[in-house]
Design a protein around this ligand. Sequence first.
Ligand SMILES: Nc1nc2c(c(=O)[nH]1)N[C@H]1C(S)=C(S)[C@@H](COP(=O)(O)OP(=O)(O)OC[C@H]3O[C@@H](n4cnc5c(=O)[nH]c(N)nc54)[C@H](O)[C@@H]3O)O[C@H]1N2
Ligand SMILES: Nc1nc2c(c(=O)[nH]1)N[C@H]1C(S)=C(S)[C@@H](COP(=O)(O)OP(=O)(O)OC[C@H]3O[C@@H](n4cnc5c(=O)[nH]c(N)nc54)[C@H](O)[C@@H]3O)O[C@H]1N2
Ligand code: SF4
Ligand SMILES: [Mo]
Length: 757
Amino acid sequence: MSDEELAGVAGYMQRAKEQAMQNVEHVAEGVAADTLSEGKLFEIAQAVGDKRLEDLNVADTTCGYCAVGCRFDLYSDGEEILAARPTEDEDAPVNGISTCVKGKFGYDFVNSDDRLTTPLVRDENDEFREASWEEALDRVAEGLGGIRDEHGGDALSVIASSKATNEENYLMGKFARQVLGTNSVDNCNRLCHSSTVAGLAATYGYGAASISVEDLELADCILLTGSNTTEAHPVLATRIKQNVRDGADLLVFDPREVQIAEYATQYSRVKPGYDAVWINGITRYIVNNDLHDEAFVEERTTGFEDVKEAVQEFTPERVEEVTGVPREEIVSAAETIAEADTCVFGWTLGLTEHSHGTENVMAMANLAAVTGNLGKPGTGVSPFRGQNNVQGGGGDMGPLPDNFPGYQDIADDEIRAKFEEAWDCDISPEYGHYTTQMFLAADDERVRGMYIIGENAALSEPGVNHAEEILADLDFLVVQDLFVNETAQYADVVLPACSFVEKTGTFTNTDRTVQMVKQVMEPKGDSRPDWKILQDLANRMGRDWDYGSTAEIMEEVNSLTPLYGGVSHARVEAEGGLQWPCWDKDHPGTERLYTEEFNTDDGKAQMQAIGYSEPAELPDDEYPFTLTTGRVLYQYHTGTMTHREEGIMQYTPSDFVEIHPDTAVDYGIESGDMVRVESRRGEVTVPAQVTDRVGRDNLFVPIHFAESAVNRLTDEEHLDPAAATPEFKVSAVRIRPVKGEAEPVRRADVEASTGDD
Ligand SMILES: Nc1nc2c(c(=O)[nH]1)N[C@H]1C(S)=C(S)[C@@H](COP(=O)(O)OP(=O)(O)OC[C@H]3O[C@@H](n4cnc5c(=O)[nH]c(N)nc54)[C@H](O)[C@@H]3O)O[C@H]1N2
Ligand SMILES: Nc1nc2c(c(=O)[nH]1)N[C@H]1C(S)=C(S)[C@@H](COP(=O)(O)OP(=O)(O)OC[C@H]3O[C@@H](n4cnc5c(=O)[nH]c(N)nc54)[C@H](O)[C@@H]3O)O[C@H]1N2
Ligand code: SF4
Ligand SMILES: [Mo]
């Protein structure tokens, strides 16, 4: 690099990155690692003179990685993303001047050499060749249209993308129903928080967080479970830690002693798969000792007596026996929650990715209701959502088999008639397939063609050995993505889409805030935003879509979706974000749900008696360990974005298996040794990370690498009965060391610190 370049912003970015990556290597994990404040690593004003800054494009936009919804200015010279700089506080309600390493530096994927820049079609030799948009779209129209005409729309499925904008997801749902004639449209929420959505909707009316992120700092007590907050939602973790430093209590229940546990007033190790048991145990202690909020229960809930009766079996002794949580810890957690004036209940996938996740969530919803912790500042339920736009694009916009936008039930005749009229088509009242069921339905050819947009199903679905066979056997598969990911390898046509830095629209974050996403670069090569691709395709398949911008699409959303009635681009822009429900253009948006009433027929929270179910697959002599799966800070899911970042790859070059030191001794395994992990469905080989973060009988493997695709091990058949979520968090497995070179496990060397950030 020349001196001149080094002096410019690109050089500065490069050096800042190198410095950041060195920091994370050398400073103990926790900190340099989890959130980076602006001042620490990047002073753009100091890096570029005003003159050069004028030559750059700048857009204030929203991060496209996770659902925290950090806001920052992105700088580009038109060729690449040069810098991300958090904006002023008032425009960045969640993050202020912080971001995590992904939002700050994770942009090399945009210009990566293997970025898809033209459409690809399969040729006569079964190889991909480049094609014009005309040819590729014709092939898709023929492929999907042919199946629709011969077998009916039900033979087609669409997987929509929670990476894409709200406006694009609205069109994905509309395309499925209007153009293809199928209700089988779903998205990654099914693999993630759909049991949260089902459980909260059943009890309170809305399947979403009731809080604003600010409540994490207002609460006197926070109960966190099944959430590796510092790695998966780093900026939220920082806010929680701040509150703990200011004196709040933090209770953490997790089978792994994740880093946030270091800050906890109480950490309890739970046996994976039995959460309803300890939650009901806490509720029992509270109601039996009259520690519940009687006035709230009386005025604002129904079902208390049923709940009280149902929890009686969960005595502290029983809870200890089933979950491994010592009885005193149930008592102390219950007392802490009851004594706190305000409490927030936070959770993530440890609670939901089970064959009975909805039950876990409903047990939690009962606990929040009996303690009256809803609708007031510093109280509420907070499922931390996953993908950047899974709340909005994956839920609110209705690319769902059972709901239109705004959670309007497709089986409701009046609602269906409204959409049939607006979209000028017939819509079946029968629910379509959930994502997990699409793959099962394809087995007997009930599904013959799929349109997969921005979802790497070949790695992220449960039981991918089977998913791969299904994808290979489909009559027609079209994939729309930034890369030829593992799923696209099975496609007949691959359409090149744009990433969030190349398009404009909105994302909705984990606390229901709709925020602007703004284009800062032209689409790479011949790639196109998802909404434009859908429009071209709809028009090729006989429709007449004529959207000039995503703002126009949002106007259509406003007219059909009461929750988003007043959410226009102009307002989101002017007000720096708007929280739904926002009923009309004069409505200010909703900071906190349920301040006055619940979204139920009688306005009360409808508590229901909840027992507990066992995980679908229990450990036995043959498969003695319980495997759980999840994430690490630096990597994002199947790696399409983060694997193209050199610094990140140096730091976390592969998946690994966390093994308890006693187990490691039993098997003669040391950190770095290669270990084969086998389930009844498949096997993967990964380096060992010996650590007491996991319990004696548990193992943990991340989900980030195709080479060790952990979903070869997971089970696709036992799904949550209400939400069809798979049991990603529990599989019975066995292990054996395999001979061969030991691999460096960079992350293994890094133990959590008690450092201050
Ligand atoms: N760096 C990074 N951040 C991300 C993502 C990413 O890929 N990388 N993905 C985003 C997405 S889409 C999502 S959904 C979120 C997920 O965010 P998290 O759910 O926090 O992420 P996981 O790593 O899946 O961790 C789940 C936690 O559940 C615990 N757990 C496992 N089994 C059980 C159980 O039976 N009971 C309980 N109580 N806990 C259990 C695990 O030990 C772990 O601490 O992260 C988002 N943020
Ligand atoms: N074992 C196990 N499996 C899991 C989980 C687990 O905890 N354990 N977690 C589950 C969860 S919570 C989730 S959310 C899923 C995640 O699974 P996926 O959603 O399949 O994972 P990603 O790698 O994020 O895939 C997103 C794809 O979208 C592309 N993309 C990015 N932006 C855009 C865009 O704007 N437009 C288009 N068209 N494409 C774009 C990316 O290149 C990538 O191929 O994994 C699930 N699978
Ligand atoms: S915490 Fe999430 S939204 Fe914020 S910068 Fe990191 S990945 Fe982006
Ligand atoms: Mo997710």
